[in-house]
Design a protein around this ligand. Structure first.
Ligand code: TPP
Ligand code: MG
Length: 372
C-alpha cells in the first residue's frame, strides 16, 4: 500500500491546529469517559471469558478514538449498522453496560433473548443500533437500503456503517458502494482499517494504494483519517454526515488505526503480529492522545483518570454480576418466541428435546469451544 498522509487534528503537544470541534466541555469529557469505559468493558469481558463465564468477546483496545469520534457525529434518529468492534459507539450514545452484558451472557434479559452471538448487540434506542451481522460485509447493503429509504421519505436521516479493512473484500462492500454512488444515498461508510483481518495483513488483503481510494470507481469520495485522533475522526465523519444530510450522497472514510489485542478472545496476536508493530502503536494510544488535548484545554488531571477508571470498574463489574445472575431463557421459548400456535410436528419434536434437556441438564457457557 502507498503511504498516504491521513487527516490529523491533535498534534504531539495536544494542540488542535485551530480546529474547533464544536463540543462542550461536558461532551469532551463524555468522549474521554466513553473511551475509558470501552477499555474497562473489554478488560472485564476478557476476565469473564478466561474464567469460563462467557463464551467470547472482541477486544477494542486501540480503536476507541475511531469509535467515539465517529459516534459524536451521529444523531439519535440516525441508523447505525455497526461492526462487532464498535463498543464505543454504543456506549457513547448511552447504551447501558448492563444491557450489553445481558447479551454477553446470552441471558433471558437480553433483548435478543440470548439468540445472538456475544457482542452482536441490537438496540432500538437511544440510537437505532441495528443487529450486528457476523458474516462480513452483509450489513453494508442493508445500510444503503435504510439510507435510501430515508431519502425517499424526505427525512434528513443518515445511515452509518462501520466495517473492517477485511470487509472491503466482501461482495457486500462493492454492491453497497455501487448502489450508494448511483442513488446518492445518505450513507457514511466507515472503514476501520486496523491493518489486519484476523491474521491477514493489508498487503495480502488488497493491491489498492489505500482503502479510501476504492470509493473512486463508484463515484464515492474517499477520505483517509488518523483513526487514533478522536477529533480528526469527528471532523471527517461530521463533514460526511452533513454532506449526506444535504443531499450530497455517500462518503467512504478510512480510519487508520490498530487493535492492540487479539482479533477476539480466541486468538493470540503475538503469533502473527511482530512485537515491534505492537510497540510502535502503543506509543500512539488514542486515549493518551486525547488526554493531551484535554490537558491543553485545562480539562484533565492525572487523578481524573484513576478516579474515572475506578468508577467504571465498579459500574461494569456490577453490570456483569447482574447479568450473570439472570440465567438463560427457558428452553421452551425457542418455540414460543417464534410461533403463536405451535405446529403439531414441532410439538412432538419439542417435547422430545425438552425431555432430553430435563434428563441431561442445560449446557453452560464455556462448555464448548467457540470457533473464532
Ligand atoms: C463472510 C465471512 N467470511 C469469513 C468470516 C470470518 N471472519 C470473522 S472476522 C474476520 C476478519 C474481518 O477483518 P476486518 O474486516 O478487517 O475486521 P476486524 O476484525 O479487523 O475489525 C473474518 C475473516 C466471516 N465472519 N464472514
Ligand atoms: Mg481489520
Amino acid at each position: 500500500m502507498k503511504a498516504t498522509e491521513p487527516l490529523q487534528v491533535i498534534d504531539s503537544k495536544g494542540g488542535a491546529n485551530g480546529y474547533d470541534p464544536g463540543l462542550s466541555e461536558e461532551e469532551l469529557l463524555h468522549c474521554y469517559r466513553t473511551m475509558l469505559k470501552v477499555r474497562v468493558f473489554d478488560e472485564t469481558c476478557l476476565k469473564l471469558q478466561r474464567s469460563g463465564r462467557i463464551g467470547f468477546s472482541i477486544p477494542n483496545e486501540g480503536i476507541e478514538a475511531t469509535q467515539v469520534g465517529a459516534a459524536t457525529a451521529m444523531r439519535k434518529t440516525d441508523w447505525l449498522f455497526a461492526s462487532y468492534r464498535d463498543f464505543g459507539m454504543a456506549l457513547y450514545h448511552g447504551i447501558q453496560p448492563v444491557d450489553m452484558m445481558h447479551n454477553m451472557f446470552g441471558n433471558a434479559a437480553d433483548n435478543s433473548r440470548g439468540r445472538q452471538m456475544p457482542v452482536h448487540f441490537t438496540f432500538l434506542e437511544p440510537i437505532r443500533f441495528v443487529s450486528i451481522s457476523s458474516p462480513i460485509g452483509t450489513h453494508l447493503p442493508h445500510a444503503v437500503g435504510a439510507a435510501f429509504a430515508a431519502k425517499r421519505r424526505g427525512e434528513d436521516t443518515v445511515a452509518f456503517v462501520s466495517f473492517g479493512d477485511g470487509g472491503t473484500s466482501s461482495l457486500g462492500f462493492h454492491s453497497a458502494m455501487n448502489f450508494a454512488g448511483v442513488w446518492k444515498a445518505p450513507v457514511v461508510f466507515l472503514c476501520q482499517n486496523n491493518g489486519w483481518a484476523i491474521s491477514c495483513p493489508s498487503e495480502d488483503q488488497t493491491a489498492s494504494e489505500s482503502y479510501a481510494i476504492k470509493g473512486k470507481a463508484y463515484g464515492v469520495p474517499g477520505v483517509i483519517v488518523d483513526g487514533n485522533d478522536l477529533l480528526a475522526v469527528r471532523k471527517a465523519v461530521l463533514e460526511a454526515a452533513e454532506r449526506a444530510r444535504a443531499g450530497g450522497g455517500p462518503t467512504l472514510i478510512e480510519c487508520k488505526t490498530f487493535r492492540m489485542g487479539g482479533h477476539s478472545t480466541s486468538d493470540d496476536p503475538t503469533k502473527y503480529i511482530p512485537k515491534e508493530v505492537f510497540d510502535a502503536w502503543r506509543k500512539k494510544d488514542p486515549i493518551l492522545r486525547f488526554e493531551k488535548y484535554l490537558k491543553a484545554c485545562g480539562l484533565w488531571k492525572k487523578a481524573d483518570r484513576a478516579r474515572i477508571e475506578g468508577e467504571l470498574r465498579e459500574e461494569i463489574s456490577e453490570a456483569a454480576r447482574t447479568a450473570e445472575a439472570v440465567g438463560p431463557p427457558p428452553l421452551e421459548t425457542i418455540f414460543s418466541d417464534v410461533y403463536a400456535e405451535l405446529p403439531k410436528h414441532l410439538r412432538a419434536q419439542g417435547q422430545a428435546a425438552f425431555d432430553l434437556a430435563r434428563r441431561k441438564g442445560d449446557a453452560m457457557a464455556g462448555d464448548g469451544e467457540f470457533p473464532l
